[in-house]
Design a protein around this ligand. Structure first.
Ligand code: G6P
Length: 614
């Protein structure tokens, strides 16, 4: 989704801003733009539809000098992706340039108000309304830029992270946020602005995360100031971020997605480090231990999430209900927030989000908070909005995930949910001590089993060739593997654009089995577990109707090979942790099919990594 970058300092802004835009490309976008103020105090703006490379191609030969600038990648909401709708947008007189991530919900009313007063609009965007309003107020009230921004934002309903610069003033950037992410980097005599820390870390590790409705006043030669709409100064805290630049590079892999698939044995180790003791006899999630009364007295647990995180939540539901005997409800955050949900003060609400910025999940957190529930976050991006809005939580510690299709974050989320369930189960005495120790041992051996699973890369690549031109796919699983089937189908849809459905295997006969014929590939997860026999019967039903079966089985299983077209043998593990292994071949299958089809694997069309609008 839209990414913003800004710079003011002693260096030339253009290369820093362009590199920053490249760092944010993973968020998903369809056009890009940049505004710079040169040494003659002129404002130069360049925009281009498509990739950041198009913008570079267009701007490189122009005047790109200046030590202050703002830049943007746009993911279209209002108005199609084209040069005119790309940001930065300018005010009527052309004196202000603004970039924006978010949505101005009352843009139509504001636009009409401005049009009635003679303001002429150039684009179809909601964003232009904001810069036109700021420009109009600045002129009408004859005030400085910061005051005009404060006045304008008081009128705005919606979400925004913005940065504004002014022709003739090369020494000031005004930034502000509400519900959309914004990070400010503080260097030696220079400042950086970005939607997340990835464009900033190579320049400075000192950052500030402004809060909602705060305005950041960045002036050359002065310390940064944060004020509210009434111009009252707010104190701010400088935080240190620790991010290894190599995590933002492909490291020899053709795509970030493949790199991230391969990182999983290591990210799992990073995720359990310091949480499972070295003897493997105990697991402690400090966020749970510090709030154990809330978990012990929980009437129920509600998990709110979107996309892949929602699939991880379904596995969490199984784990917590089975091991802790606490009722769990899993909710799409986007539905939960709008249906006036019943939430009790003794509920625990868990919000799962890789980015920590998903607008719907954040809104679900706010709603549950208002109703007094205890809110626990399971996130990846440190310092992002959801961890800051929750009462407590656990990071999954898998490092930056750049590929739009989530892979290592999914296994990280499932790992944290396993540790959370085990921690609560032990506190509640709801788990047999032997099973507790067994599961801890299994969890510690998962990285090794993931390594073994990754050795299936070559056969899966071969298999992918057979199915590259399939038009549809069905994924089946039961129990703990049903959410894996959903996740496998989502991976394929996201990056190959092949239609795919995930189903609980036994549900097939209630409708979808009508779709089965000799052209339908069916990926069946049939690893050995407590409902293995039932799953096998369901797969037989598919075979009887000539479906082409690709089966995931536990190593040593020879039964399924008798009727499946292809068999992928996975290392054995406890069924409760099987999703951590079964997800990997499905990630690889989707990846290779997408590569065979020549898709843009890391930045699939229409998708965004960080969904900051609802
Ligand atoms: C987008 C991403 C998905 C992700 C979902 C939820 O759709 O492309 O990969 O699962 O958002 O994001 P979150 O950051 O909240 O986990």
């Amino acid at each position: 989704m839209c990414g913003i970058v800004g710079y003011m300092g002693c260096q030339q802004a253009y290369p820093i801003l362009i590199k920053g835009l490249h760092r944010l490309e993973y968020r998903g976008y369809d056009s890009a733009g940049i505004a710079l103020i040169d040494s003659n105090n002129e404002l130069n703006i360049y925009k281009a539809k498509g990739k950041v490379a198009n913008l570079e191609h267009f701007a490189d030969s122009k005047n790109i000098s200046g030590t202050i600038g703002i830049a943007h990648t746009r993911w279209a909401t209002h108005g199609e992706p084209n040069d005119t709708n790309a940001h930065p947008h300018v005010s009527q007189t052309g004196s202000l340039a603004l970039i924006h991530n978010g949505i101005i919900e009352n843009y139509a009313v504001l636009k009409k108000y401005l049009q009635d007063r003679g303001v002429v609009f150039r684009s179809e965007t909601d964003t232009e309304v904001l810069v036109q309003l700021i420009g109009y107020l600045q002129q009408t009230n004859n005030c400085d830029l910061c005051t005009a921004v404060q006045q304008a934002l008081r009128e705005v309903v919606g979400a925004y992270a913005i940065a504004v610069i002014e022709k003739g003033n090369p020494d000031q950037i005004i930034a502000a946020r509400k519900s959309s992410p914004l990070v400010i980097g503080i260097g030696e005599g220079e400042f950086f602005i970005a939607s997340d820390a990835t464009p900033i870390v190579e320049h400075t590790q000192q950052v500030i995360y402004p809060n909602d409705e705060e305005i950041v006043v960045i002036r050359r030669g002065e310390p940064l100031k944060i004020v509210n709409f009434e111009n009252i100064e707010h104190p701010h805290q400088i935080k240190h971020i620790d991010m290894d630049i190599s995590q933002l590079e492909k490291g020899g892999y053709p795509h970030f997605m493949l790199k991230e698939i391969y990182e999983q044995p290591q990210t799992l180790i990073d995720c359990i480090r310091g949480r499972i003791n070295p003897e493997g006899t105990d697991v402690i999630l400090s966020g749970v231990m510090d709030n154990k009364e809330r978990f012990l007295n929980a009437r129920r647990i509600i998990i709110a999430a979107c996309g892949t995180s929602w699939h991880a939540a379904l596995i969490g539901e199984h784990l917590i209900e089975e091991l802790c005997r606490i009722p769990v409800e899993v909710e799409y955050a986007s539905e939960f927030r709008y249906r006036n949900p019943v939430i009790y003060p003794d509920d625990v609400v868990i919000a799962i989000s890789q980015s920590g910025e998903t607008a719907d999940t954040l809104a679900a957190v706010e709603i549950a908070k208002k109703q007094g529930a205890f809110i626990y976050g399971i996130c990846n991006v440190i310092g992002s909005s959801i961890p800051r809005a929750t009462d407590s939580g656990s990071y999954i510690h898998v490092g930056p995930e750049i590929g739009v299709a989530s892979t290592k974050a999914f296994t990280g989320q499932v790992t944290v949910l396993s540790m959370l369930a085990l921690t609560i189960a032990k506190l509640k005495n709801s788990i047999d001590p032997q099973l507790y120790r067994k599961l801890l041992g299994e969890l510690r051996s998962i990285p090794q089993r993931m390594e073994e699973t990754l050795k299936l890369d070559a056969p899966i690549r071969e298999l992918s060739k057979i199915f590259t031109y399939a038009r549809n796919f069905i994924y089946l699983g039961r129990g703990y593997n049903y959410p894996v089937a959903l996740e496998g189908a989502l991976k394929l849809k996201e990056i190959s654009y092949i239609h795919a459905e995930g189903y609980p295997a036994a549900e097939m006969k209630h409708g979808p089995i009508a779709l089965i014929d000799e052209e339908m590939p069916v990926v069946a997860i049939a690893t050995t577990d407590s409902i293995y026999e039932k799953t096998i019967s369901n797969i037989q039903e598919i075979k009887a109707r000539k479906g082409r079966i690709i089966a995931l089985v536990t190593r040593g299983n020879h039964e399924v090979a008798r009727f499946a077209d292809s068999v992928i043998e996975l290392p054995e593990t406890d069924e409760r942790l099987a999703p951590l292994i079964a997800a990997i071949p499905l990630q690889l299958l989707a990846y290779y099919i997408a590569v065979n089809k020549g898709r843009d694997v890391d930045q699939p069309r229409n998708l965004a990594k960080s969904v900051t609008v609802e």
